[in-house]
Design a protein around this ligand. Sequence first.
Ligand code: LLP
Length: 463
Amino acid sequence: MSRSAHPAGPRHADVLPEGHYSAPPADLNTLDPKVWAQTVDRGVDGVVRVGGVDVKALAEEFGTPAYFLDETDFRARARAWRTAFGQDADVFYAGKAFLSRAVVRWLHEEGLNLDVCSGGELATALSAGMPADRIAFHGNNKSTEEIHRAVEAGVGRIVLDSFQEIVRVAHIAQELGKRQRVQIRVTVGVEAHTHEFIATAHEDQKFGIPLAGGQAAEAVRRALKLDGLELIGIHSHIGSQIFDTSGFEVAAHRVVGLLKDIRDEHGVELPEIDLGGGLGIAYTSADDPREPHEIAKALTEIVTRECEGARLRTPRISVEPGRAIVGPTAFTLYEVGTIKPLDGLRTYVSVDGGMSDNIRTALYDAEYSVALVSRTSDAEPMLARVVGKHCESGDIVVKDAFLPADLAPGDLIAVPATGAYCRSMASNYNHVLRPPVVAVKDGEARVIVRRETEEDLLRLDVG
Ligand code: LLP
């Protein structure tokens, strides 16, 4: 999924095993700022720090595995997106990437809005004080109860995803004596160049209402007729971990085409267009993500140009980055438990977490980097596979990476760029406890999501 190049070769085998690795870096002790959070550096003692706190102290205080989130970096990225899009656009952080009450407060303070896609995310957002009118509610099968709560709370918009939902939301809004602002999510038929499970705008999938065959136009017709709904715009999300804007270009073209048809048929110019999220981040040094201001410029130009061509007023644009804000801000810290060299293949390094704290490698064939962080080493690079402690051979955290050959049990290693879709997709497989998320800023570390305990597990088990 990431674009890391293929082999140049390990030092320990004449015949290269199958793998995703590139050449070993010249110096294993150097941390590539592209994949590590902004305040991460290596102290003069060789120990890696984040927000000025070293990982040995963090491991001592909070244990491993644990996610450490650089709050300064998170706020800076959120602000960069906000600033890049300016006052004429809205940035909705996609809470599915990682959500906690602290995160909601940071977003609120930095002037971002929030996209939620379940009752649980909505509850988290509201309980942390996000004003309801800055929340967008998503999902392809929102329950009646979730819709009720969202409308009652006064969310700024509900993104409608099916014909049934158009009627459901209208009905609930009317029952509550409200007129709910809604967008209709359409599938534009774009194949984003990403893993099949995270590409969402080709037609053969569960999200949205297809533009093709006039279904989206029919959805608009129905929504415009219902008193409980105020149709404010069209929504499109084409996928995730996308590096170029050409997919957005096609999506904007097709969405604006629909806006034009709506104007021609109903005499209404819808005031908003949402282009979703999906911008890629660097998981390895081979990835080259674009900066928010470049993306904002490109997307704004595309929409403006398309609207001019269609003689439409340019609608207010919104975007929904999740990964691009939180992804690079965190790393997972693990302690090395066992080390197994397999001749001619690679060395298996087992850590104290695994697929329960990062399912992305197993699920999407995702690539990650890794570094020894509790000390430096001048040893030769060895081709390693970082694996977890689960009873499953697919329990791989980093498929192929170079670590120093003197790596030993007790060393701390860290996997960067785990801020998005790691804690939020964490599981209790094998009754392993989900790790905490610790925010670090200006020399201070504080738990924002605590580590799960065995009592937590047993409390759910009421048999
Ligand atoms: N907006 C909508 C409507 C979405 O469905 C998503 C992601 C986003 C925004 C945010 O996308 P982002 O900017 O974070 O890529 N678990 C997968 C990703 C699933 C994304 C689902 N929707 C992964 O780990 O790669």
